[in-house]
Design a protein around this ligand. Structure first.
Ligand code: ADP
Ligand code: ASP
Ligand code: MG
Length: 410
């Protein structure tokens, strides 16, 4: 007998009909002799609807109450799916994050899972029940409801799979696997049979929302076999694997990720002296704002410009912090731009091949796309561009690196 964690995202549970279809899939897996834990998201559009209600009421709602509000979406789905399973004669029990005991820190809206008490789930499984767990939510040490960030149900699923030493964690979604890039943006995108954890981690961190980044981190750290599959049609999906087999046919670039979720900030005329980066970024991190791409220009006349990106939702808060920094350091001023996009190419093959970044820049130049910031890691090259050219850039790079077909070249 195997223990399998299934996770169904918003579209997969978006209507009663779809919840019934999920119940059929779960029943079949249980009747085949497996122990099944199911993690579900809110019905599609529900989390956004709740966010909309809060923003109608208040510009900066309390983050604690926001999490109380947003966690309700998943609670609806666990009850409905459990009822659908009962209708099929399958014993099932729903559990919220606090009923399982998914303990998190207290960072509302982006809480991190610290510990999972898996005993409650184990005892339900031992009594032959399917356990249906609300994704995306946990409970902090004081008993407050917390949420794990957008897309957080993936992380709930993988963390539960790790805590229960599950045989596999299956992420059922509205695409039939991980593609070379988002198939909604690039027609030629191709499903990958396998992708390494390392590559998936980079793709997720660069904006591929098919898996939340923390879920991939957990899967890598606890060695959870992870697969992305379609909830609508049967198929092998994509296996996220630890193997790094040397495959001659393996492309140098495996995938392209992109995001419009960031904003660029430039602090102009900062005194160019030791501690510049710390002077600008320490107050930002103290405000709990995560920084992504960072570029410090060569100083001229003892001053320098310092640019970086943050999540778009944090831009206003970052500007407030930077205005204080500008005053304290006697810098020239702060500029911001929230009409940027970040596009990244990712592949473990980039480690051993030269010329990949140059090829990327040439492809963008051929389409007249101006690059504002560049950052690289061993297996990634990322550019920040005007958001109007994001889709054009993704398609140009997909074609330059021949990701649609079977031939690959640098
Ligand atoms: P769910 O609601 O099931 O969690 P998400 O919307 O969070 O689903 O993630 C699935 C979506 O991720 C797909 O519909 C697709 O548009 C998008 N996506 C982005 N990048 C990729 C990629 N490389 N491969 C597959 N899907 C991707
Ligand atoms: N419902 C949450 C969201 O829309 C969590 C999830 O779906 O994973 O982000
Ligand atoms: Mg998702």
């Amino acid at each position: 007998m195997s223990l399998i964690v299934h996770k169904y995202g918003g579209t997969s549970v978006g209507t009663i009909e779809r919840i019934e279809a999920v119940a059929d899939r779960v029943s079949a897996a249980q009747r085949a002799g497996n122990d099944i834990v199911v993690v579900v998201s809110a019905m599609s559009g529900e989390t956004n609807r709740l966010l909309g209600l809060a923003s109608e009421l208040s510009e900066r709602p309390s983050s604690r109450e926001m999490d109380v509000l947003l966690s309700t979406g998943e609670q609806v789905t666990i009850a409905l799916l459990s009822m659908a399973l009962h209708k099929r004669g399958i014993p099932a029990v729903s559990m919220t994050g606090s009923q399982v005991k998914i303990e998190t820190d207290s960072a509302f809206s982006k809480a991190r899972i610290e510990r999972i008490d898996a005993d409650n789930i184990r005892s339900e499984l031992a009594q032959g029940r399917v356990v249906v767990v609300a994704g995306f939510q946990g409970v902090d040490p004081k008993g407050n409801i917390t949420t794990l960030g957008r897309g957080g149900s993936d992380t709930t699923a993988v963390a539960l799979a790790a805590a229960l030493s599950a045989d596999e964690c299956q992420i059922y979604t509205d695409v039939d696997g991980v593609y070379t890039t988002d198939p909604r943006v690039c027609e030629g995108a191709r499903r990958l049979d396998k992708i390494t954890f390392e590559e998936m981690l980079e793709l997720a961190s660069q904006g591929s929302k098919v898996l939340q980044i923390r879920s991939v981190e957990f899967a890598g750290k606890y060695n959870v076999p992870l697969r992305v599959l379609s909830s609508f049609k049967d198929g092998p999906g994509t296996l996220i694997t630890l193997d790094q087999e040397e495959d001659m046919e393996k492309p140098i670039v495996s995938g392209i990720a992109f995001t419009r979720d960031e904003a660029k900030l430039v602090v102009r005329g900062v005194p160019d002296q030791p501690g510049v980066a710390a002077n600008v970024l320490v107050p930002i991190s103290e405000a709990n704002i995560e920084v992504d791409v960072i570029v410090q220009n060569q100083g001229i006349n003892n001053t320098t410009d310092f640019s970086f990106t943050v999540a778009r939702r944090d831009m206003e808060a970052a500007i407030d912090v930077l205005n204080g920094v500008v005053e304290r350091l006697g810098a020239a001023g702060v500029e911001s731009d929230d009409r940027i996009a970040k596009v990244s190419i990712v592949g473990v093959g980039m480690r051993s091949h030269a010329g990949v970044a140059a090829k990327m820049f040439s492809a963008l130049a051929a389409d007249n796309i101006n690059i504002q910031l560049i950052t690289t890691s061993e297996i990634k090259t990322c550019v920040v561009i005007d958001e109007r050219y994001m889709e054009l850039a993704v398609r140009a790079l997909h074609s330059a690196f021949e990701l649609s077909g079977s031939k690959h070249s640098v």
